[in-house]
Design a protein. Structure first.
Length: 279
């Protein structure tokens, strides 16, 4: 090989090895810091087992790791538009200032991933009290109206609730016989102080719920709270009592109306809690 050919080959190898320029600043490993499912945001550890990360490698290749599972990634960044494919499927994504938001396989599960060097600078999230996670789950029970002045009579109604963990505490969605999970009668957020849940915001029966207005002292798995509704047309006191879905109510006087005809057949068949009470 003559000298000119050797120099040309060396130049070509150098160009390939250096990708003919500086490394793409977007390359690197991104660590998942949170997962959004609908309106709720949780830590990746609450959903997945193991590390959740996205590695953007040279030549627009990469790997998505979700616990023990891995997905082949192809990515591009052109004119500020970030595009990602995982195992050949396009996933909506953005990449700005070292943070990726990736809608995993278009299922509404959005991963927030921060570049590894920046993730190390983020504050460590404060773990939620165990009491909050212990109260998460589905519930069935009743809510009662007392001391009514106006159009609503003193009465009581069947009620379902879903309690879900969020990054800020516990979120409880409630619906009765006339409403549903999708159109609830109340959505209340709660925080915990030792053995008591305290409201931190939300609403119930057209009223806003203020911080510290309602409280729950869980006992034997039950969630119970009481409050007052006031408007120009009516006012009443209310009480809510809920037991975990699947629990058999021993006190006959406190059983909800649809306990025997709707609830018992469902739990005896091993059914999960429906989105509406159809008795």
């Amino acid at each position: 090989m003559n000298r000119a050919a050797a120099l040309l080959l060396a130049a070509l190898l150098l160009c390939v090895l250096s990708a003919c320029g500086e490394p793409d600043p977007n390359e690197g490993k991104y660590l998942c810091t949170s997962v959004s499912v609908g309106e709720d945001t949780v830590t990746p550890g609450e959903i997945y087992n193991g590390e959740v990360s996205l590695e953007l490698r040279p030549f627009q290749r990469g790997i998505l790791r979700v616990g023990e599972n891995e997905g082949d990634v192809r990515w591009t960044m052109e004119n500020g538009v970030f595009s990602v494919e995982v195992n050949g499927a396009a996933c909506p994504a953005t990449l700005e200032e070292g943070t990726i938001r990736l809608d995993l396989l278009r299922e509404g599960v959005v991963l927030t991933l921060v570049r590894e060097d920046l993730a190390a600078l983020l504050p460590t999230p404060t773990p939620q009290p165990e009491m909050l996670s212990a109260c998460a789950g589905d519930y069935y029970g009743r809510w009662e109206i007392e001391n009514s002045q106006g159009s609503m009579p003193n009465s009581w109604y069947d009620c379902c609730a879903s309690a879900q963990m969020t990054k800020d505490g516990l979120l409880i969605t409630l619906w009765d016989e006339r409403t549903s999970r999708g159109e609830p009668m109340g959505v209340i957020s709660w925080t915990s102080d030792r053995d008591t849940l305290t409201s931190s915001g939300g609403w119930f029966w057209y009223d806003s719920v203020e911080e510290g207005e309602l409280s729950i002292s869980p006992e034997d798995g039950a969630l119970a709270f009481s409050g007052h509704h006031e408007s120009q047309e009516e006012s009443f006191d209310y009480r809510v009592r809920l037991l975990p879905w699947g629990t058999r109510w021993e006190d006959a006087e406190s059983k909800p109306y649809a306990y025997s005809i709707w609830y018992l057949p469902l739990i005896e068949a091993g059914e999960s809690m429906p989105d509406a009470i159809n008795r």
